[in-house]
Design a protein around this ligand. Structure first.
Ligand code: GLA
Length: 750
C-alpha cells in the first residue's frame, strides 16, 4: 500500500519508493501538511510546534493559549480571507458576498488506480493509487476535493483539485491552485526556466528571497518566457547530491507558480492556472477540475529528479503509441524553402531526402489558401492551387512513391483576416467589442472556447487526415492570446475565456489523436512556446525552438532536460551560417546537437557539398544505431559550472551501453585539458570504446598529438571515478561523440 491512514494520529501518508508525503487532520479539521521528503514511515507532526507569533490570529474556538495559527503552521491547501496571510490556494466570492474560503476536513477515500480529470490531460498507470480528501467551506457551500495520484515506482505524486458547488448560490472562483506545498525548513534555492522566442527554457537558479516570487504566463500558452516547471532545492544541491523537489504543471495555457518565504522562514509554493485572466462561475451542482501537477522529490540531486520526470512522462503521460518508438528521421521543408516552392521544388527536395536516407518528408508552412507569406490564409486548410496544381493527394502519392512518408504543417488555432474563414466567420476571432484586436504575425486567434469552433477545427483536420495519406502533423501556434472575449459567453463569464480556450484545444487534440493513433503529432508554438506536459500528453515530441543554431540549442536542450525527456525535443540539422544567428558551425557538430533530440534535417541538401551529403548518410546510420539508447536511456548532464563546453551522456537501462557527447563553445589558445567523469556505469564492468566521432577534434596540425586516446578498454569505475581526458582540439565549435559498450564477458551482475 502506498497510501496509509493512521487512525490514531489522524495522519495520511503517501509513500513512493524513495519519498514520503504526509498530512494530518489537525484541530477543527484543518488539514496540516507535515512532511515531504525522503521515504520514512514515522509521523512528523512533532516538527510543527504551536507558537504565539504576533499578528498571526487564531481560530475563534482555539484562541486560548494562542498557539494554533493557520498563519504559522504548514497547510495542505491554504484558504483565504481567514487567519492565513500567506499565499492562498483558493480565492472565491459568492453572489451573496462571501469572500474567501475556510477549509475543514470532511472525509477521505483511498482508491486503487489513478483518478482522471474532466476535459484535461492527466497521467495514467494501472499500479497507481488515488487519495481523495474532501474539505468543505461552510459559508460558500463549496466542497474541495484534493486528489493525489501515487506512482510508487516512479517516485512521482500527482495532485489536482476538484471543486463541487454543493451550496445554493453561484460561486465565482478567482484562483484555484492545483497544488499548495509548504516546506517549513529551508533555506531553498529556486530553479526556473525563462526565455524568449528562439531562446527558450534558460535555467536560472536563485535563492528563495523573503516575499513572493512568481513564474507565470498570461499569454494564453505556457509560453517561451516562463515554463510551468519549478524546482526547489537545497542551496548546496548539485546534479548528484542534495534534496530537491520539482513541481511541474500539466497545463498549456496561462499558469502561475508563486513561491513565498514567510516571516517564520517557511516556504510555500502554490501552482496552477494563471490568476490574471481567470475567473469561473460555478453554479450549484456544478464541478470544476484544475489541471494536474506532478511532484517529484529527490534526495540525490537534480539528475535523479530529471530522470524520474523523464520516465514518468514517457510511461505515464503521453498516450501516443509513438512515444515508445524510435523516431523517424525527417526532412522539414521550412528552412530549405520557406514560403517559396512549387510541386517540382518539393519533389526535388523529397528525392534528395530519400537519396540520403531520410524517412519522412515534411511540408511546412505555405501549402494552403493563397499563402505566399505570413499575411494570409490561416483557416483555409485546402491546397494552394498556384503552388500545388495537382492537389495535396497527388503530391503525397509521389512522395510515397519515392519510398518516403509524408508529413504536413498546420496552424489550426489561428485565423488570418485575409482568409475565406474570416470572411465567413469574423466573430470566430478573439476580439473585444468596440476595440481593434492586437495583431501578431498578421494573424488573429480562433475562439476555441466556443465548442462549435473547436468542432470545426476537429472536422477540418479530420478531413485532411482522412482524405490524404498524412503520417505526421506539425501542429503550430504562432502568437500569444490577447483581446480575450468570446461572443458566446455572457459578460460575467468573460473571465473563463482563456481556460475554456485551453479546454477547447485539449478537446480537439484528444479527439484527433484518438481518431488517428498512427499519426505522429509534433507540437510547436513558434518553436518551444508551448513546450509543456499538457501538450506532451498528446504529442510525443515538440519542436524545441525556432533557433536551430546548435550552440544556442545546447543551452535550450540542457534547460529543457531538467523536466522533459530528450526524445521529446524536436531538433534538426540546419544550414550554416545559421539562419537565426548567422553563426557558422561544423556539419558534424550540428548533428551531435540534433541527436540530443528527435534528430532530423531542415535544409536543402542540394546546397551541400558531396562530403556533407555523404556525411548525412553516416549520421542517419549512426542515429539509427543509437535510437533505442537515446529513446529509453537515462540522461545525465555532465557540464561543469563555467566550463567552455556542454557535455551530456545517455546510459542504457541495462547500463551496458553509453553515448557521451561534448561540444566546445569557446576555443582558447593552449587550452586546459578537457576532462569528464562519466556516470551511471557498472563499476565492475569493463567497457570498450565501441566507436568515436570527432568533428574538429583532429589534434593540432604539425604536432605529435593524437586525436585518440591510446586506451580502448576501461572499467566502469575508471570511467566514473578517474574519468576520461579528451584529446586536444581546435577550430570553431568542435565536438565529439564516444560510444562505450560493456564487454560480453564482463561481469554485469551489479
Ligand atoms: C513557426 C515554426 C517554424 C515554422 C514556421 C512556419 O515559426 O516554429 O518551425 O513552421 O512557423 O511559418
Amino acid at each position: 500500500m502506498s497510501i496509509v491512514f493512521d487512525q490514531k494520529s489522524s495522519t495520511l501518508s503517501l509513500h513512493t519508493r524513495n519519498s514520503s508525503y504526509q498530512m494530518q487532520i489537525g484541530p477543527l479539521g484543518y488539514l496540516l501538511h507535515t512532511y515531504y521528503g525522503r521515504r520514512c514511515e514515522d509521523f512528523f507532526d512533532y516538527l510543527h510546534l504551536p507558537r504565539d507569533c504576533g499578528f498571526s490570529p487564531n481560530p475563534y474556538t482555539l484562541r486560548e493559549g494562542r498557539g494554533f495559527s493557520l498563519d504559522t503552521l504548514p497547510q495542505e491547501y491554504s484558504g483565504s480571507n481567514g487567519a492565513d496571510f500567506r499565499l492562498s490556494s483558493l480565492e472565491l466570492r459568492t453572489d451573496s458576498g462571501v469572500v474567501g474560503a475556510d477549509l475543514h476536513y470532511v472525509s477521505h477515500r483511498i482508491l486503487q488506480g489513478k483518478y482522471r480529470l474532466s476535459g484535461l490531460p492527466s497521467s495514467f498507470g494501472d499500479m497507481a493509487e488515488t487519495l481523495s480528501v474532501t474539505l468543505a467551506d461552510a459559508a460558500s457551500g463549496l466542497e474541495v476535493e484534493l486528489l493525489y495520484g501515487v506512482f510508487e515506482e516512479r517516485d512521482i505524486i500527482t495532485r489536482a483539485v476538484r471543486l463541487h458547488n454543493c451550496g445554493t448560490q453561484t460561486v465565482c472562483l478567482e484562483k484555484v491552485a492545483s497544488v499548495c506545498l509548504d516546506l517549513p525548513f529551508g533555506p531553498w534555492d529556486r530553479i526556473h526556466f525563462h526565455g524568449r522566442h528562439t531562446m527558450e527554457r534558460q535555467p536560472e537558479r536563485v535563492p528563495v528571497a523573503n516575499g513572493i516570487q512568481t513564474v507565470s504566463s498570461a499569454r494564453g500558452a505556457s509560453s517561451h518566457q516562463h515554463n510551468p516547471f519549478v524546482i526547489l532545492c537545497e542551496p548546496d544541491a548539485t546534479e548528484d547530491h542534495g534534496e530537491c523537489c520539482g513541481v511541474m504543471l500539466c497545463y498549456s495555457g496561462d499558469h502561475q507558480t508563486d513561491v513565498e518565504l514567510d516571516q517564520t522562514g517557511s516556504v510555500r509554493l502554490t501552482a496552477g492556472i494563471g490568476e490574471r485572466h481567470f475567473s469561473w462561475r460555478l453554479n450549484p451542482g456544478e464541478s470544476f477540475d484544475t489541471p494536474e501537477a506532478f511532484l517529484c522529490f529527490s534526495s540525490e540531486g537534480l539528475t535523479v529528479l530529471s530522470q524520474r520526470y523523464h520516465r514518468f512522462i514517457l510511461q505515464n503521460l503521453c498516450r501516443s503509441e509513438w512515444i515508445a518508438w524510435p523516431r523517424p528521421v525527417l526532412l522539414n521543408s521550412w528552412e530549405a524553402n520557406y514560403f517559396s516552392f512549387d510541386e517540382d521544388a518539393l519533389l526535388r527536395l523529397a528525392r534528395e531526402a530519400k537519396d540520403l536516407g531520410v524517412e519522412f518528408f515534411v511540408l511546412d508552412d505555405g501549402w494552403f489558401g493563397h499563402r505566399d507569406d505570413d499575411l494570409s490564409s490561416l483557416g483555409d486548410w485546402y491546397v494552394n492551387p498556384g503552388k500545388l496544381p495537382h492537389g495535396l493527394s497527388a503530391l503525397i502519392d509521389r512522395v510515397n512513391d519515392l519510398g518516403l512518408k509524408f508529413g504536413l504543417w498546420v496552424e489550426p488555432e489561428m485565423i488570418s483576416e485575409d482568409s475565406d474563414l474570416y470572411r465567413a466567420h469574423p466573430d470566430w476571432a478573439l476580439s473585444v467589442p468596440g476595440r481593434q484586436p492586437a495583431i501578431s504575425r498578421d494573424q488573429l486567434v480562433l475562439d476555441l472556447s466556443r465548442p462549435e469552433v473547436a468542432d470545426w477545427v476537429y472536422e477540418t483536420l479530420s478531413t485532411l487526415l482522412r482524405e490524404n495519406n498524412i503520417e505526421y502533423i506539425k501542429w503550430d501556434m504562432n502568437r500569444s492570446l490577447s483581446d480575450l472575449y468570446s461572443s458566446s459567453l455572457p459578460p460575467d463569464r468573460q473571465g473563463e475565456v482563456a481556460h475554456r480556450y485551453v479546454l477547447g484545444l485539449y478537446s480537439v487534440l484528444d479527439r484527433i489523436t484518438a481518431a488517428y493513433p498512427d499519426v505522429l503529432f509534433e507540437g510547436c508554438a513558434g518553436g518551444g512556446g508551448r513546450f509543456d506536459a499538457g501538450m506532451l500528453a498528446y504529442c510525443p515530441q515538440i519542436w524545441c525552438s525556432d533557433n536551430t543554431d546548435p550552440i544556442a540549442r545546447l543551452q535550450i536542450h540542457q534547460g529543457s532536460s531538467y523536466g522533459y525527456p530528450p526524445c521529446t525535443m524536436g531538433a534538426h540539422v540546419s544550414a550554416s551560417p545559421n539562419h537565426q544567428t548567422g553563426r557558422s558551425t561544423p556539419f558534424g557538430t550540428r548533428a551531435v546537437v540534433a541527436m540530443a533530440g528527435t534528430f532530423g534535417y531542415e535544409l536543402d541538401p542540394a546546397a551541400l557539398s558531396p562530403e556533407e551529403r555523404a556525411e548525412i548518410r553516416k549520421q542517419i546510420a549512426l542515429f539509427h544505431s543509437c535510437s533505442d539508447l537515446l529513446l529509453t536511456g537515462d540522461y545525465y548532464r555532465l557540464t561543469k559550472e563555467g566550463a567552455p563546453y556542454t557535455a551530456w551522456q545517455t546510459v542504457s537501462q541495462d547500463r551496458r551501453r553509453t553515448l557521451v557527447s561534448l561540444v566546445l563553445k569557446t576555443t582558447e589558445g593552449n587550452p586546459k585539458p578537457l576532462h569528464l567523469r562519466f556516470k551511471g556505469l557498472i563499476a565492475e564492468g569493463r567497457y570498450r570504446l565501441a566507436w568515436q566521432r570527432n568533428y574538429g577534434f583532429a589534434g593540432l596540425p604539425g604536432t605529435a598529438e593524437s586525436s585518440e586516446s591510446t586506451a580502448h578498454e576501461f572499467s566502469g569505475a575508471a570511467l566514473m571515478y578517474g574519468g576520461y581526458t579528451f584529446p586536444r582540439i581546435h577550430g570553431d565549435y568542435p565536438s565529439v561523440q564516444l560510444c562505450f559498450e560493456l564487454l560480453q564477458d564482463s561481469s554485469a551482475d551489479s
